[in-house]
Design a binder for this molecule. Structure first.
Ligand code: DLL
Length: 448
């Protein structure tokens, strides 16, 4: 099928959808489709992946035991360590010669997590990315400036194939070379900017340093994700660029970007594409499945992946689901903006704190630039958090000014999160800028 044939444009009263029939499928039909595909996925995993054959046997379950979607609870979880333990190809369910592409997560230490795709997997991924981008406001014919990193990271190529499938013109710029990016954004008249939110912020700042107001750039749609970010950060990015930005979610173990994406209509939660994935929320402590609407850990099962079917993957991402109808007309459930990963949660004087809560308290505060880092230290037997913020140019002349701004931030954090912490207000440009996924936390506990 050609790109033009694939890029089926359907418009209606409620706007633009790439695949209206699927995106607005009644929920009972969607569940029927999920059940049929889930049976296939469990059977495929059990027959073709020795890892799953063993895992199912140990849990005493067979694919035939699944009669309803609820029966999935009887099947075992998959953990990130399972992918590491079977490095590199141990979980794949197709012969190596069927793999058309490999990606890998960077990982801070040791071996990366390797994922693989058949030609069919890459094709479906492009479809889902095109669907996500269309839902987020991209249109065929747009120039898409793709500043997600290319390479083993799924962001760059995932977006790239999706944008081409949608019928856009892709600028495969990747991350870095920030000043050049501003020039090309202007010269190529890119309407869509794809980047991590922290890198998008870096781009806006560089534009200003070059004397270019980011609001005058031709961009009107931002497709931002790959890291946690807040409504406050969205407001900041939308204001600086003069755009409407949407949140896109995904993870390499499940596919890459495009597992879920907000619609630019509501921007209230990310539509999780239920024709290809099954979403659950569990209690991260007990691993019990929680009802719709409860906050917990997101667990995802692939329904159509050939090379690497994944059953009940514990993402460690904390969020909640809703199947309330969305104003855009799409029927696929929505995943609330991810608060953070459960392994990023800090316990500060007995209070659970996610970096995103700190971001929400900081971004938009008077005199502050939207750049920050959290430093974790050990104070006796307790963890202590200090926050490095940055003042905007002209906001602080003297040490007293810096102290006043720091005291104000300390007060905001205490009021909004309920913890007392040290705050250092640093001169403009002091906090490291992101080229991709931002490093928000500097953990000094092991070193001190
Ligand atoms: O980050 C895939 C991606 C690329 C998503 C581009 C969106 C855009 P990984 O490198 O495997 O894949 O990292 C996946 O990043 O489990 C979350 O913890 C986090 N993450 C991804 N998107 C979001 C988001 C890509 N929108 C991990 N909000 C996930 C919050 C996100 N966290």
């Amino acid at each position: 099928m050609t790109v033009a044939e694939k890029t089926r444009i359907e418009t209606g009263d409620d706007g633009f959808m790439l695949d209206r029939a699927t995106e607005t499928m009644p929920r009972d039909k969607l569940r029927e489709l999920q059940l049929e595909r889930l049976k296939w996925s469990l059977g495929h995993a059990c027959t073709n992946s020795p890892f799953y054959a063993k895992a199912f046997a140990e849990a005493g379950v067979k694919p035939e035991d699944l009669k309803s979607l609820d029966d999935l609870r009887r099947f075992p979880f998959t953990l990130k360590t399972d992918l590491r333990d079977t490095y590199p190809f141990g979980m794949f369910a197709v012969p190596r010669t069927e793999l058309r592409r490999l990606h890998a997560s960077s990982g801070t230490t040791g071996k990366p997590t390797v994922v693989g795709y058949t030609a069919g997997d890459i094709d479906r991924w492009a479809d889902l990315m095109a669907r996500s981008m269309a839902s987020g406001g991209a249109r065929p014919g747009d120039v898409v400036h793709n500043a997600y990193g290319y390479g083993l990271f799924t962001g760059g190529l995932g977006m790239h194939y999706g944008a081409e499938r949608l019928g856009c013109t892709v600028v495969p710029i990747s991350g870095g070379g920030t000043e050049r990016q501003i020039m090309l954004l202007q010269d190529f008249a890119s309407r869509v900017l794809c980047a991590t939110p922290s890198y998008a912020l870096n781009l806006a700042e560089s534009a200003m340093q070059m004397g270019v107001d980011p609001a005058t750039l031709p961009v009107s749609c931002g497709i931002f994700g790959a890291e946690p970010w807040t409504e406050e950060m969205r407001a900041e990015l939308d204001r600086q660029f003069g755009i409407r930005s949407v949140d896109i979610y995904g993870l390499s173990e499940i596919m890459g970007p495009g597992v879920a994406c907000e619609c630019d209509h509501a921007r209230e939660g990310l539509h999780g594409w239920e024709d290809h994935f099954l979403f659950e929320i569990i209690d991260p402590e007990t691993a019990e499945t929680l009802p719709m609407g409860e906050i917990g850990e997101l667990v995802i099962t692939t329904l159509t992946k050939e090379a690497l079917p994944i059953i009940r993957y514990r993402t460690r991402d904390i969020t909640r689901l809703t199947d309330e109808p969305c104003g855009c007309g799409r029927t696929h459930l929505r995943i609330e903006r991810i608060t953070g990963r459960d392994d990023e949660m800090m316990i500060i004087r007995g209070v659970n704190v996610y970096p995103s809560q700190v971001e929400a308290a900081l971004v938009g505060a008077p005199g502050l630039a939207p750049h920050y880092q959290i430093v974790l230290e050990r104070e006796g037997a307790m963890d202590a958090m200090s926050i490095e913020v940055e003042v905007v140019v002209g906001a602080a002349e003297s040490d007293d000014d810096h102290d006043r701004i720091a005291a104000d931030v300390r007060h905001r954090i205490k009021g909004l999160i309920g913890v007392t912490c040290k705050v250092r207000a640093l001169p403009p440009g002091s906090v490291p800028r992101s080229q991709g996924k931002a490093v928000r936390v500097r953990d000094m506990r092991k070193k001190s």
